[in-house]
Design a protein around this ligand. Structure first.
Ligand code: S3P
Length: 162
């Protein structure tokens, strides 16, 4: 399995779709799988049950996808924070789509015109990048730079590197 990891705004779903297309494989997306299984949106799960419960559902979705799917798997941005999820990835090709703060904010925050919200989005993304980048790096078997690049170019590099 080719597993794509990285923060929100790194392009996991978009690049994952293109990588799958180039390989004639299918893309699975754990955010989608968790929502389908729970019958609720992720935001609702966070509010109703909290992040720890979401991480457990996400771990179950990763385990299920690895056992039943052969192709490309895009993980939610925080999935690798869970040690159990990290353990499941051993032996797979794990691609960290690296993104810097500005590109992540641009991709996530496009469409908002509220300076205060944009300020918050930037601050939150900066904190997440600072905290999680070492985790992504420790889990990845390949790191691909996405800053300033089109998804198609990133997907080409993933396919040629594996
Ligand atoms: C999260 C990222 C989201 C989703 C959830 C939590 C995170 O996935 O799993 O909102 O902790 O970074 P994407 O990275 O696909 O947006």
């Amino acid at each position: 399995m080719i597993v794509l990891i990285g923060p929100m705004g790194s392009g996991k779903t978009t690049v994952g779709g293109l990588v799958a297309e180039r390989l004639g494989a299918a893309l699975r997306d754990t955010d989608h799988d968790v929502e389908a299984t729970a019958g609720r949106e992720i935001a609702e799960i966070f509010v109703d049950e909290g992040e720890a419960a979401f991480r457990a559902m996400e771990r179950a979705a990763v385990a299920e996808a690895l056992a039943t799917h052969d192709g490309v798997l895009a993980l939610g941005g925080g999935a690798v924070l869970d040690p159990g999820t990290r353990d499941l990835l051993a032996g797979h090709d794990v691609v960290f789509l690296r993104v810097g703060l500005s590109d992540a904010v641009k991709r996530v925050g496009l469409g908002t015109s509220r300076p205060l919200l944009l300020g918050n989005v930037r601050g939150r993304i900066k904190a997440l990048l600072d905290e999680r980048t070492p985790v992504y790096e420790s889990v990845a078997t390949l790191v691909v730079e996405t800053d300033g690049r089109e998804a198609a170019e990133v997907a080409d590099e993933v396919v040629s590197a594996l």
